[in-house]
Design a protein around this ligand. Structure first.
Ligand SMILES: CCCCCCCC/C=C\CCCCCCCCCC(=O)SCCNC(=O)CCNC(=O)[C@H](O)C(C)(C)COP(=O)(O)OP(=O)(O)OC[C@H]1O[C@@H](n2cnc3c(N)ncnc32)[C@H](O)[C@@H]1OP(=O)(O)O
Ligand SMILES: Cc1cc2nc3c(=O)[nH]c(=O)nc-3n(C[C@H](O)[C@H](O)[C@H](O)COP(=O)(O)OP(=O)(O)OC[C@H]3O[C@@H](n4cnc5c(N)ncnc54)[C@H](O)[C@@H]3O)c2cc1C
Length: 633
């Protein structure tokens, strides 16, 4: 064990295992997760890092070990996700949930055994604008079939992920059911791979290489009427159409994935913080006091300022991910019972948090990489690979700006309801409260020795102010004679800013609520410090908002920075212990810099020696390119 890391783990002020239990949802969950990891992954001869694991293999393993609990299945699945092994993950993450949420029971029982499929919704010309999808599905009553067709080059399905559909028995098509008979509704169809479809790979990508993203062109392909997913809407044999309770029910898979992505952002950020903070504890560089030994780079205030707010954010997003999945499960359960009352709230929350957490984590991964200097740029750190695997999450499953604008749509509607005197419930209820109350600056302590509840209040007021400013922008545009759509478009910068602030407030509130539930004094203390750091760091980044909201004065601004520095110093002794609590196994982290034992340099030399470029005395390229040149010199 590296002596620096050993020293960092002495004098712990809190019980690491208890914090790990909180992250897992209890000690039993932690034990079970470790058992699954040990048995199904680390000690499984079939599990080879970087080798795409086939879905059938995963299914058989799950059955072999009797794993049927959805939470446990997700643990198993997420041990693959983002690690270059999620080759068929899309089927678990997208295809199966679509069968669960969009099929009637007969269809579900018929198709689940086939379970390898893809989710083909995006087209070359449209990914975001679903109502613009061009693929047609036209019902032919004479033959009781749908005729599926790609009428234009831009209608070719583009990006469906996870094993080239050529080998898939089933493809989920998400298509506007467009015909003169009924409205344009997005509907799902199960398309068996058959003649009349042209399939291929879309070519090399930035990353995400374990998932082969393909294209699918339909040439008047006929499928049985029964292949339309009919849980919510049906086309009867006579061609009549039974509408769904809501046209957005077919968007259900996307809402589910967005809800998953929130916690995944926390996991990925926790991985990167583990790597960067452990490395920063063993890396010595330069000097603080002339003539003294080179310090651990974790003792530089700038290094702490880079990493500790991200550490706090990782915990915040892990707790937000738990809240999001719990909320998704509760509301989707109600929807299954026909109660759609909270569907708009679920959409607004999942869309906004998906965008907020992935944008923040995406930036955070790069900060972690750069905080490791040159070795962070080596793939031995794992940070470059984590980045290229994670960054598309800002685009897929709802492009982030578009998602923020969806949340803004809900906020504007809520704001108008408050203006009309309605009492709101749920995540936006603060708009009622804050509309009538603005905290005066004098109420904010000049020393910013704010407790968490006060900090949550300040974020609430900031969000409410930005919601109001966005609404006023729309009103001003309308007053200038702009139509509703142009007034909206000319206010979208404000609208995204309002949604971002709303999500920031929601995440801090969830963090505070989780800290309040922690009974162990040591764990409560360190998590309270992290929650403070998360809030104060945000105030430092968005000081103008808090000044504009009237909850911070210019004279108090220096206190924000002073408070931040104090919190960084407070976190320093616990930093390595806080990443240990994430409990990332070396084999899963796959990072020379993030090793639990901190023996980075020895491992780095071995890693380099194992490079393919070092496996032969002289690389073949010498003989092919250089040696012929030598002969001419
Ligand atoms: C080895 C196994 C590995 C497993 C690992 C497990 C763990 C891993 C964890 C996480 C990793 C997950 C990785 C997943 C990888 C996925 C790969 C990528 C897949 C894809 O990208 S699939 C395609 C995704 N595409 C999209 O998301 C499309 C985005 N566009 C839209 O959603 C819509 O077009 C829109 C929402 C932007 C607009 O829709 P539209 O119909 O035009 O509606 P509007 O006119 O804007 O609004 C009208 C009205 O409807 C309301 N509304 C809109 N959407 C919804 C909804 N979903 N639910 C409820 N209500 C909705 C909207 O609010 C309006 O309401 P109002 O009129 O204001 O009252
Ligand atoms: C790695 C990866 C895997 C994928 N896997 C799948 C899959 O398995 N199945 C599938 O169906 N799809 C998949 N996709 C496609 C993905 O869902 C789409 O790329 C995504 O929804 C974004 O849509 P788009 O590409 O049309 O972007 P666009 O919407 O064209 O985005 C381009 C720009 O336009 C802006 N913009 C668009 N609309 C608005 C608006 N209303 N207001 C303001 N700005 C706007 C966006 O903010 C963005 O800046 C995948 C994509 C990637 C990168």
């Amino acid at each position: 064990m590296n002596p620096d890391i050993l020293r960092e783990r002495q004098n712990a002020t809190f019980d690491i295992e208890k914090l790990t239990n909180i992250l897992d949802g209890g000690a039993e969950r932690t034990n079970r997760r470790r058992e699954i990891r040990e048995v199904l992954v680390l000690n499984d001869p079939d599990f080879d890092y970087g080798t795409p694991t086939s879905l059938p293999t995963m299914i058989l393993k799950l059955r072999e070990y009797g794993i049927s609990d959805p939470v446990e299945i997700n643990w198993y699945k997420s041990m693959y996700w983002g690690t270059g092994r999620e080759a068929l993950g899309l089927h678990y993450v997208m295809f199966l949930p679509t069968l669960y949420t969009q099929c009637d029971s007969e269809q579900f029982n018929k198709w689940v055994p086939l379970i390898i499929g893809t989710y083909a919704q995006t087209e070359m010309g449209h990914g975001t604008h679903l109502r613009g999808l061009e693929t047609t599905a036209t019902f032919d009553p004479a033959t009781q079939e749908f005729v599926m067709h790609s009428p234009t080059v831009t209608s070719i399905k583009w990006w469906p992920g996870g094993r080239n559909p050529l080998f898939l028995p089933l493809i989920f098509l998400s298509i506007p059911l467009s015909a003169s008979l009924f409205d344009l509704f997005l509907s799902g169809f199960a398309l068996p791979t058959c003649s009349g479809i042209v399939i291929g790979d879309i070519g090399p990508k930035f990353g995400f290489d374990a998932v082969d993203n393909g294209y699918l062109k339909l040439e008047h392909v006929r499928i049985p009427r029964e292949n339309m997913l009919m849980k919510y809407a049906q086309v009867k044999p006579d061609g009549s159409y039974v509408k769904p309770l809501s046209s957005k029910l077919t968007y259900g898979t996307m809402v589910f994935i967005r809800s998953l992505i929130v916690g995944n952002a926390g996991i990925v950020l926790s991985q990167c913080c583990t790597i960067a903070i452990r490395y920063s504890a063993v890396r010595h560089q330069s000097e603080i006091r002339a003539g003294e030994a080179e310090p651990q780079i974790l003792d530089y205030q700038t290094q702490q300022h880079k990493l500790f707010p991200l550490l706090a954010t990782a915990y915040a997003f892990l707790f937000a991910g738990q809240y999001m999945i719990d909320t998704y499960n509760r509301i989707s359960g109600d929807i299954n019972q026909g109660d759609l009352s909270e569907m708009p709230e679920l959409h607004a929350l999942s869309a906004g948090l998906k965008a907020f957490t992935t944008w923040t984590a995406n930036t955070g991964i790069e900060v972690c990489r750069m905080s490791c200097g040159g070795h962070g740029y080596s793939r031995s750190s794992a940070l470059p690979d984590i980045y290229v695997e994670f960054t598309p999450s800002c685009t897929y499953e709802g492009e982030n700006t578009v998602m923020m604008l969806q949340t803004a749509r809900f906020l504007m509607k809520s704001y108008r309801q408050v203006q009309a005197g309605q009492q709101l419930s749920g995540a936006v209820s603060y708009l009622n409260k804050v509309h009538h109350r603005v905290m005066a600056p004098q109420a904010v302590s000049s020393q910013l020795d704010l407790n968490l509840n006060t900090l949550v209040d300040l974020y609430e007021i900031r969000a409410a102010m930005l919601v109001e400013l966005a609404a006023q922008s729309i009103q001003q545009e309308s007053a200038r004679g702009k139509c509703q759509e142009d007034s909206w478009n000319n206010s979208t910068i404000d609208l995204v800013r309002a949604s971002d602030a709303h999500c920031h407030y929601m995440v801090l509130k969830m963090f505070r609520d989780k800290v309040d539930q922690i009974e162990d004094p040591g764990v409560h203390s360190v998590m309270s410090t992290l929650a403070h750091l998360y809030a104060i760091h945000g105030m430092g980044n968005f000081t103008g908002d808090f000044l504009q909201a009237g909850v911070l004065t210019g004279a108090q601004v220096p206190s924000v920075s002073k408070c931040l520095k104090g919190l960084l110093a407070e976190v320093r002794p616990s930093a390595v212990l806080l990443v240990d609590a994430f409990d990332h196994h070396d084999k899963m982290l796959n990072s020379v810099l993030g090793r639990h034992d901190g023996n980075v340099y020895e491992a780095m030399f071995e890693w380099a020696r194992s490079s393919p470029l070092n496996r032969t005395e002289v690389h073949e390229s010498f003989h092919k390119h250089l040696k012929p040149l030598q002969a001419k010199l």
